[in-house]
Every structure is written in C-alpha cells, then in structure tokens.
Unconditional design. Structure first.
Length: 247
C-alpha cells in the first residue's frame, strides 16, 4: 500500500461485486475511507466480512428518496465512483420500451441522481473527483447486440463531459473509464446463459486484440489515478481500458 488516497472520503456504488468491489478495495488499500454501497445487502455483507473497515450501506442509486436519506449522513465526499450498470443483450428490434427505460434508469439515471446529490457537497468543500464507468460499447465503438447498453454508455460520456464543463471552475473534476470486456460475475452470467457458453467465451476473448479478458483490478488501477492528486489537471476525459479494442 502506497497510501496515495490517504485522508480521502470516497463513495462507491455497485460495490458488491465486479468493478465496483475491486475499486472499493483498491481505494481502501490506498488509504481512503470508503463507503461501499449496493442494492444487494448479501454482497455487501460478504465485502464487509473480508474488509471490516470498509463501511457498507445498502443503497438503491436509482431512487431519489433513498439517495436523499443516504446523503443526510454524509458531510464530506472527495471522490464519487459510479459503477452501477446493467447489460441488455440485443439489437433495437429486441429492445422493448421497458428494456429501454430500465437500462437508462440503471445506467444513466443513477449517475445523474448521485452526481446531483454529491456535487453540492463538493462545491462546499471546494473540490472533488467524480469517476463514472462507461464502456467501449458507447460513442466509442458500436458492438453487436449492445443497442440500448451502448446508448446508455454513450450518454454516460456526455453526462461526464457536461459536468466537467459546468464545474471546472469549482475545482470539481469528472472523468469516465470505458472498459473493454472485463471478467466479472455479470459477464460470467452472460456467458453461462448463452446457447453455447464455450463459444461465447471464445467470442468475447476474440474481440480483445490482447487475446484475453481484462480484470476488475485493472479498471480499479485507473480509478486510483483519477481519484488521486496526480490527476488534478485531468477532467472531462474518457479513459479506455480495453485491451486494444479501440486501436
């Protein structure tokens, strides 16, 4: 541990598994005071049993009321890491209105609500860093069967740039990380639920020029940089961590 984030108070959403969990742990290992939130109390309990000093709290970050109650107990936030996400599989023809609404609620509305709640605290304390998780499947690259997911993640990039532009004078930075295919429980579930899991895994790996799936810890490493003081001149940017998918 190098304590690059010592003294910083950080909120992480979707911290129960995958990128959110790996990043919460990485922040903690760098000396930060971490509040790990998730809608699933079981995964939070598991995280807390591994890391008792990481504070965990159930939170539905798509609920304005839930966030309002959560924020009442928060007096300072140096970093907000928005990792909530849902992957819908299919083209526009497979995307019903309910799928569109659900995907935008989870992937975009959650970030909107969290940012809107946290930014006033950051203004009051004269600065902070917001890090949003987007995807290569976004405005960066079109991928098959990722219609509404790609639309939401493109919106995440636009949301990030707008916040960065609006609050740069307030010393608030906002950046996004765009992962390629990363090993996670949700990715494993998509593979297992496919008609041919063996072929599905091969296909996922084949689209990565490096010939492998990324790890959540590799995404967390970028998050540490964006959360820390080394990146204080960096805002409004999208950082691809994608094994070469966007070369």
């Amino acid at each position: 541990m190098s304590a690059r984030l010592r003294g910083k108070k950080i909120i992480v959403t979707a911290a129960g598994q995958g990128i959110g969990k790996a990043t919460a742990i990485a922040f903690y290992n760098e000396g930060a005071q971490v509040i790990a939130t998730d809608i699933n109390p079981k995964t939070l309990t598991e995280l807390n049993s591994e890391y008792p000093n990481i504070k965990v709290q159930k939170l539905d970050s798509t609920s304005k009321n839930a966030i309002s109650e959560f924020i009442k107990e928060i007096d300072k936030v140096d970093v907000l890491f928005n990792a909530v996400g849902f992957v819908h599989h299919g083209t526009i023809l497979d995307c019903e209105e309910k799928d569109w609404n659900f995907s935008f609620d989870v992937n975009v509305k959650s970030m909107y609500l969290m940012c809107k709640a946290i930014i006033p605290l950051m203004i009051k304390q004269n600065g902070g860093s917001i890090i949003n998780v987007s995807s290569i499947a976004s405005s960066l690259k079109g991928l098959p069967n990722r219609f509404v997911y790609g639309a939401t993640k493109a919106a995440t990039i636009g949301l990030t740039k707008s916040i960065a532009a609006d609050f740069v004078k307030k010393n608030i930075r906002c950046n996004t990380i765009a992962p390629g295919t990363v090993f996670s429980p949700s990715w494993q579930e998509r593979v297992n639920n496919s008609p041919d899991p063996v072929q599905a895994k091969k296909d996922f790996i084949a689209r990565q020029p490096m010939g492998r799936i990324g790890t959540a810890e590799e995404i967390a490493a970028m998050a540490i940089y964006l959360a820390g003081d080394e990146s204080t001149f960096t805002t409004g940017n999208t950082f691809s961590v994608d094994g070469g998918m966007t070369i």
